[in-house]
Design a binder for this molecule. Structure first.
Ligand code: FAD
Length: 424
């Protein structure tokens, strides 16, 4: 079993406990595969509906993207509302907006109800790295205010964003105070504790190697098996070859984050005056925020291979210094990477593989809020009311050209092309 990656989050994890691995064969109503936000949320919502739930995690709870990400609790979907309206129709776009609002609320409610200590704060500032992007963000804010009655977002001009971020790099943007940021690993660990308290049996170091297509189905690990009436597949970017029927619809990509040494309140405030999270407009996004102990947590850079860059501190620091060259003297205490799953159209991919096998994946870098919603919708569907799950299941999700085996070359070329445009 692999331990948590050496991250700021793992170093500041609260009450991480050892859940033990599966050693005996079990019977349950629902077996959840994957102990990230999606699996944990599904397990918790199912247990609250009186299902008998077993959750199997290959490594540690929150070991995947859920314990490593930028912590940005974003509004809406990865695609903006105007795009969704144009491609899916106004009615579906509105349903997706309302569900995404519910997603943020689920996270807030879980944190409050279970007393999860995960440094939740308000605000995401979207920063335009060129005039067109700044204009786009301003228009997107106006669009939400006018057409969705969402008054928690407002445009921010060049002068104001410069004052907020201590840099003249950006041309304007928008501030969404209905969005927020949190310590993702502590949120995941808190969900796990809540799930256990609700009756879920959680196991770590218990990789599922396969399951049959019967009803009930039997899932195998190296040492034991679980027989379940329903399966929830929640492996996202770490799915690998477990389920070839959905693997070709997602592309695993790697993204990287660093944590500086603590900067002290005064210096930290010069970087991010109002303690909001920041996400810029480049294709390979720079995203950053302050930790509770006043470090800069900076995400930047991606790659599309199975290997992470060898010197991650150096790799991400380059991105950070482009925004804040004044941090050249600052120590980098941690740098780490994680793998997320993107879909071709950057819409999440939900569905059923058999009448009793549900999955949700491909949150495309926008999963902190939507995964908690995914778990709730899966629980509704397993309990027999699938209308809301099916709003997502009906979204188009084309396979990557080349399928599971050959999807890499085309995507990598495309990604490099857009990443190159960022630099031009
Ligand atoms: C560096 C980085 C930064 C990001 N920043 C943000 C952000 O700021 N905001 C945002 O909204 N989103 C962000 N994301 C995306 C977000 O983290 C994901 O959308 C979300 O965490 C997905 O959760 P999940 O539970 O579906 O998958 P994961 O958290 O990846 O969990 C999947 C789990 O399944 C387990 N697993 C896989 N195969 C098996 C098996 N066979 N048997 C048992 N277990 C198995 C894995 O070990 C893993 O723990 C980021 C992602 C990364 C990597």
């Amino acid at each position: 079993m692999l331990q948590h990656t050496d991250s700021y989050y793992a170093a500041t994890a609260i009450s991480a406990r050892d859940w033990g691995s599966l050693t005996e064969s079990l019977r349950c109503d629902v077996c959840v595969i994957g102990g990230g936000f999606t699996g944990l949320s599904a397990a918790l919502h199912l247990a609250e509906r009186d299902f008998d739930v077993v959750l199997l995690e290959a490594e540690r709870i929150g070991w995947g993207a859920s314990g490593r990400n930028g912590g940005q609790l974003g509004s809406g979907q990865r695609k903006d509302q105007a795009w969704l309206e144009e491609h899916l129709g106004v009615a579906v776009a509105r349903q997706l907006w309302d569900l995404a609002e519910e997603a943020k609320q689920i996270v807030r409610d879980r944190i409050a109800r279970h007393g999860i200590d995960c440094d939740l704060k308000s605000g995401i500032l979207h920063a335009g790295h060129n005039p067109a992007a700044a204009e786009y963000f301003a228009q997107a804010a106006d669009y939400l205010r006018q057409n969705y009655q969402y008054d928690q977002i407002r445009p921010v001009d060049k002068t104001e964003i410069g004052d907020m971020l201590g840099t003249d790099r950006y041309f304007g943007g928008n501030l969404d105070v209905g969005a927020g940021h949190l310590h993702p690993l502590n949120y995941a660990l808190g969900l796990a504790r809540a799930a256990a308290a609700a009756g879920v049996r959680l196991f770590e170091g218990s990789r599922v190697s396969g399951y049959d297509r019967r009803d009930p189905t039997t899932l195998r690990t190296a040492t034991a098996s679980v027989t379940a009436n329903f399966v929830v597949l929640a492996c996202n970017g770490y799915l690998e070859s477990l389920e070839r029927r959905v693997a070709g619809r997602i592309m695993p990509i790697n993204n990287f984050v660093l944590a500086t040494e603590p900067l002290g309140s005064a210096r930290a405030k010069l970087l991010i005056r109002d303690d909001v999270a920041v996400a810029d407009s480049k294709f390979v996004i720079d995203y950053y925020r302050l930790s509770a102990d006043r470090r800069l947590l900076f995400g930047g850079g991606e790659n599309y291979t199975r290997q992470f860059p060898r010197d991650l501190k150096k790799f991400v620091r380059r991105y950070m210094l482009k925004v804040y060259p004044e941090l050249a003297d600052v120590e980098i205490d941690f740098a780490w990477g994680g793998t997320l799953a993107v879909t071709l159209r950057r819409l999440p991919h939900f569905g059923r593989l058999e009448p009793n096998v549900y999955f949700a994946q491909g949150f495309s870098g926008h999963g902190v809020a939507l995964t908690s919603l995914a778990g709730k919708l899966i629980a509704e569907a397993v309990a027999g009311t699938a209308e809301r799950f099916d709003i997502f299941a009906n979204l188009p999700c084309p396979a990557f050209p080349g399928g599971t085996l050959l999807r890499w070359p085309g995507l990598v070329l495309g990604m490099f092309y857009y990443a190159l445009r960022d630099r031009l």
